[in-house]
Design a protein around this ligand. Structure first.
Ligand SMILES: CC(C)(COP(=O)(O)OP(=O)(O)OC[C@H]1O[C@@H](n2cnc3c(N)ncnc32)[C@H](O)[C@@H]1OP(=O)(O)O)[C@@H](O)C(=O)NCCC(=O)NCCS
Length: 196
């Protein structure tokens, strides 16, 4: 049985639910949060309409979105996800998030946080935990990520959790900087860390 509730020193990661509409609205209506997430803010009505989709999961729950909570205050801080990477489309293909098997697609890691909690290492802590989940608990052999050109905070998070630049690639129907980490790279990184 896959445990989908994940803990770190400061954070709790749990599958996102419709009751997380509040934090979703705060993030997706904020132009600063959306600057590198397609650029356009969403309306409250649009976020509300998308919530049932955001709670979709597949592969026995391994693929989907997690809500990030502060363990001590239970405050919702944002979200982190493992989802099929869209290539020709400019948004996640939720039709692939279905069934018990891993989707036949590259799996991307991504995150977004309420602006008030930026700069405290939350994305790094959550991202690292989700990678550990992916490589310890699922059969995934590689996790990828892409960023908008200029999203230096996101690039830095990816580097800190161990993803490596693969140069420009095509995703979200555009050329963009790509990153990836393979299972052997993850194991090597953790093996060498445990000997430091
Ligand atoms: C990107 C985002 C998730 C980062 O979250 P965070 O919790 O603030 O990230 P962390 O604190 O773990 O790490 C951020 C790192 O980026 C660095 N950084 C932040 N802004 C930067 C900038 N403009 N230029 C260079 N580095 C920057 C920080 O110094 C830190 O690195 P350090 O630990 O080496 O000092 C958050 O800013 C966010 O939600 N942005 C909007 C959504 C988004 O863009 N998501 C990613 C889409 S690919």
């Amino acid at each position: 049985m896959l445990t989908l509730t994940l803990e770190t020193e400061r954070l709790l990661l749990r599958p996102v639910e419709e009751r997380d509409l509040d934090v979703a609205i705060e993030m997706f209506t904020d132009p600063d949060v959306m600057q590198f997430l397609g650029g356009e803010t969403m309306s409250i009505a649009e976020v509300r309409e998308e919530m049932p989709t955001y709670t979709k999961r597949c592969a026995v729950g391994a693929i989907g979105i997690w809500c990030i909570e502060d363990r001590s205050s239970q405050e919702k801080l944002g979200s982190v996800f493992l989802l099929p990477l869209p290539i020709e489309k400019d948004d996640t293909d939720w039709d692939l998030v279905v069934g018990d098997q891993l989707p036949n697609a590259e799996i991307e890691i991504g995150y977004s946080l309420r602006k008030s909690v930026w700069g405290k290492g939350v994305a790094t802590e959550a991202g690292k935990r989700l990678l550990q989940f992916a490589f310890d608990e699922t059969a995934l052999e590689e996790i990828v990520a892409v960023i908008d050109e200029g999203n230096l905070a996101s690039q830095r998070v990816l580097e800190k959790i161990g993803l490596v630049s693969v140069g420009q690639r095509y995703a979200y129907d555009a050329e963009c900087p790509g990153f990836a980490i393979t299972r052997p790279q993850w194991l090597e990184r953790n093996r060498s860390k445990s000997h430091v």
